[in-house]
Write a protein that binds this ligand. Structure first.
Ligand SMILES: Nc1ncnc2c1ncn2[C@@H]1O[C@H](COP(=O)(O)OP(=O)(O)OP(=O)(O)O)[C@@H](O)[C@H]1O
Ligand SMILES: Cc1ncc(CO)c(N)n1
Length: 273
């Protein structure tokens, strides 16, 4: 029998396969980590946008947590779309009860297409309940603005947001993603001591649906595999950059990222084109 690292994602669905639970499980599989999921919300969406969503009942979300935790201890947990304050509070409770030590909080609020995925009041619950548990929180710029209640226009603003999320709200580290910034696609990691910059060329593509989910998932997989945070983010940045720079011709809108991108030349020979 082979030992393998295990990662759990707590998130919503994407029937078109590029974001949410689907992106997370594809990424875990690619990294070689056993993937598990707790579904919070069933979302009707595709590369063109979000049509509607149905939040699962709190009891049922909790039952899924219990089903995982009574059987299998994940080495790391990631959360994405947690649609209601109740589900957020419950996630916090379950993570504490299960003594989860590695937790990546992707504070999903708005889909890439611009559609809101959580309620306004839920933002406060993220800050109060979830940030203090996070090994790392991974907001994009609009999410960092919402969480810190500040406008972010410059690199210094991005860094200040990271400082607030760590020193003010108690996350162990914050990775402020520059996908929505102009210029290079640079992200800044603050761990309470230093800032590290993770840089990539910005590719001229609209195929970034689920990029945030995928990036947080690969970081979670790295942590599950025992990597220090810096290494997990460094490898995560290489993975998401390859996933964005090798786009697949899928969807009529903002297409998904390519979860094989990091080994694309090997995989291409086995894929029918
Ligand atoms: N056009 C691009 N070229 C290269 N890297 C990009 C591009 N767009 C985003 N990235 C990178 O992808 C990662 C995800 O960042 P982004 O800010 O887009 O996340 P997000 O908005 O949460 O994603 P989404 O909501 O689409 O899932 C970051 O490392 C960011 O720098
Ligand atoms: C379920 C879900 N989570 C996150 C995002 C953000 O990309 C999305 N579009 N859908």
């Amino acid at each position: 029998m082979t030992e393998i690292a295990k990662a759990l994602t707590v998130a919503g669905t994407d029937p078109s396969g590029g974001a949410g639970i689907h992106a997370d499980l594809k990424t875990f599989q690619e990294i070689g980590v056993y993937g598990m999921s707790v579904i919070t919300s069933v979302v009707s969406q595709n590369t063109l946008g979000v049509k509607s969503f149905v939040d699962l009942e709190l009891d049922f979300v909790e039952s899924q947590f219990d089903a995982v935790f009574e059987d299998i201890a994940p080495d790391a947990v990631k959360s994405g779309m947690l649609s209601t304050p109740e589900v957020m509070a419950s996630t916090a409770k379950k993570l504490k009860e299960a003594n989860v030590a590695k937790y990546v909080l992707d504070p999903v609020m708005i889909a890439s297409s611009g559609h809101a995925l959580i309620s306004e009041t839920a933002r406060e619950t993220i800050s109060k309940e979830l940030l203090p548990l996070a090994t790392v929180v991974t907001p994009n710029l609009p999410e960092a603005e919402a969480l810190t209640n500040r406008t972010i226009k410059t690199i210094d603003d991005m860094k200040e947001a990271g400082r607030i999320l760590v020193e003010g709200y108690g996350a162990k580290a914050a990775l402020i993603k520059g996908g929505h910034y102009e210029g290079e696609a640079d992200d800044y990691l603050y761990d309470g001591q230093t800032f590290e910059k993770f840089s990539a060329e910005r590719f001229d593509t609209k195929h970034t649906h689920g990029s945030g989910c995928t990036y947080a998932a690969v970081i979670t997989a790295g942590l599950a595999n025992g990597k220090p945070l810096y290494e997990a983010v460094k490898d995560g940045k290489a993975y998401i950059t390859a996933a964005i720079s090798n786009p697949l011709n899928i969807g009529k809108g903002q297409g998904p990222t390519n979860h094989w991108g990091h080994r694309w030349s090997d995989v291409q020979s086995t894929i029918k084109v």
